[in-house]
Design a binder for this molecule. Structure first.
Ligand code: CO
Length: 137
C-alpha cells in the first residue's frame, strides 16, 4: 500500500538551529513550515528530490515530541510513506493485523491527511502514512 517514502521525521529541540544545519549547511529548500497546535509541534518540510525531511520541534515539554526529546533526545523520529488513498491503506493495514495509533486519518501539514501506526507492530519504528493534499500533486 506504500507508494514511496514521503518524508523522514527528525525531532529537534529548536527549529532555527536545525534550519542552520539542514537548510543552510545541507542547502535543502524549505517547502513548508507550519505550527500545528493540536499536535503541539512546529514542523518544517525540506525538499530532498521528490521526498522530504520533516523537522519537528515541540511547542511545550508535555507534547508528544517534547516527551520524545526528554526520553530519547534529538534524532530520527518517524518514517512516513505516501499512499494514494489513506482510508483504503488504513483498512488494508488493519486487515493485515498491524496495530494503528490512528484508526481514522487526521489533518497533517500542508492539507495532507495522515495516520500513525503503533511502533510495536512495525519493529519499533514509528511509521506514518500520508495522503498528500490533492492540489499539491
Ligand atoms: Co511526519
Amino acid at each position: 500500500v506504500f507508494d514511496r517514502i514521503d518524508h523522514v521525521g527528525i525531532a529537534v529541540e529548536e527549529i532555527e538551529s536545525a534550519l542552520e544545519l539542514w537548510r543552510d549547511g545541507c542547502q535543502l529548500d524549505v517547502a513548508h513550515r507550519e505550527i500545528v497546535r493540536e499536535q503541539g509541534v512546529e514542523a518544517v518540510l525540506l525538499d530532498v528530490g521528490e521526498n522530504h525531511i520533516e523537522l519537528l520541534a515541540p511547542l511545550a515539554p508535555d507534547t508528544p515530541v517534547g516527551k520524545f526529546l526528554a526520553k530519547r533526545g534529538p534524532g530520527l523520529h518517524h518514517i512516513a510513506y505516501q499512499v494514494a488513498d489513506i482510508d483504503a491503506a488504513l483498512a488494508a493495514l488493519a486487515d493485515a493485523g498491524l496495530p494503528l495509533i490512528d484508526k481514522q486519518p487526521r489533518a497533517g501539514i500542508g492539507g495532507s491527511r495522515v495516520a500513525f501506526l503503533e511502533p510495536k507492530g512495525t519493529g519499533r519504528v514509528l511509521t506514518e502514512i500520508v495522503e498528500p493534499a490533492k492540489a499539491s500533486h
